[in-house]
Ligand binder design. Sequence first.
Ligand code: BG6
Length: 512
Amino acid sequence: MSLTQSNYTQTSAALPNAMVIFGAGGDLAKRKLIPALLHLCNAGLLPDSFAVLGLDRLDLDDDSFRDLMGEHIRDHVGAAFDQAVWERLIGRLHYMQIDMLDGADYERLRGRLSEIDTQRETEGNYLFYMAIPPSLFPHVTSRLGETGLLQETENDWRRVVIEKPFGQDLESAVALNHELHDNLDERQIYRIDHYLGKETVQNIMVFRFANGFIEPLWNHHHIDHVQLTVAESVGVEHRGAYYEEAGALRDMIPNHLLVLLGFIAMEPPNSFESSALRDEVNKVLDAIEPLSPEDVLRHAVRGQYGEGDMPSGEKVKAYRSSPGVDLQSRTETFAALKLTIDNWRWAGVPFYLRTGKRLAAQCTEIAIQFKKAPTVIFKNTDVEQVDPNMLVLRIQPAEGIQMSLGAKVPGPTMGVGIVNMDFCYEDYFGNKPATGYETLIYDCMNGDATLYKHADTIEKGWEIVQSVMDVWAALPPRDFPNYAAGTWGPTAAGALLKNDGRLWRRIKIPNK
Ligand code: BG6
């Protein structure tokens, strides 16, 4: 696809295929994959010749798997839920209990897939989706390879979607790329980052490059600093075991937050083609100044939530009381970083990144603070200071763009107040519910890897955070839990900006 024409708005159904989900009993399938398939089904973008085969250790059959997927579907799809569409999709869901470590089970899998092929006419096209811990990726692809399930012919295709985290660090990501290449061609590998599938993330590019007045301001002459926030009010839910290995930094920063940073900071690409975009994002990642161990101590903050009261009034337990989490866990559920980009455009402009679980709001946004206007003109008036302009790109919820401007407060004296120009996508383009996975799954079914990550981008992401992981591993935290659930994270996160004479934006979610 090209970013100018999102496939999620296209009308032709994807190619026939069977989507095989490894780890189908997990959170990702329930929260994102099945809801995304439902949205695609609703939009008429799933082929008639389609089936899902869920694989997991759980002792389920087709019916109980369907029930399990149905349990929470309304919560994840919201108002867009349509019973008739759900019934269309649910009939295509199948399940097989599997021990992913047992080679014999892959023979059974081959047999089951061939039955599904006949029953659903999926033409031998298989999309293997790895919603499993990264340590299992090489093992599962080797077994699939040995069983011949990755072997393509002229008439069918075999593709593997690899979920993040892609490795645990730089070394393991490089090793994983090698291992995958033992059984797969690069063109069969789809490394997913669902932030690349979000309409509003793609919209950052359109906002920057389709509006002539923006680009001249988009540099260190006019921008003071940038704040990237991916805040979640949810906890780790049932993913304690995974999260204990990952933590907030690995889970979110080398992938999602760096995607946002790449799109905000990139130079205009020559086109919206995959390689042009990738090259520009990679140049930004290459220019990020490496953090020395001393920088990590000053410019990286970690936190873990204790019990607390959410803004909704709900009392929630500490991270350490979550299922699958060690009672003495030292895993961070909050991470913040200050990064700088050593290139012409961004010299001296800090990028502050923060992400965490059980924060005061569920929201992803990028706030760009411009430099203050000179105030000399107001010197003989009551105006003591003029606040700098801020541009906020809201990714979720209530996607939109907000610009704060100074305006005269009506009255006989001179007073400057802040007013907001606010635009919500929904008001103009309607509300199209999406998880971020729709476009990506659809693209994979059609063999289009534009919005998937290549090995080099993944490795650069790890390179950037490697020193933080090293220092944090060498110096285990002593003060965890250090923020209460329902707040904006540890005090040190505020200090990260205060030390530079700045403040995190106070986020208010519009009522949409
Ligand atoms: C996933 C992380 O990649 O992204 C989760 O593993 C996180 O921990 C999720 O909750 C956030 O995605 P979204 O689309 O809800 O912002």
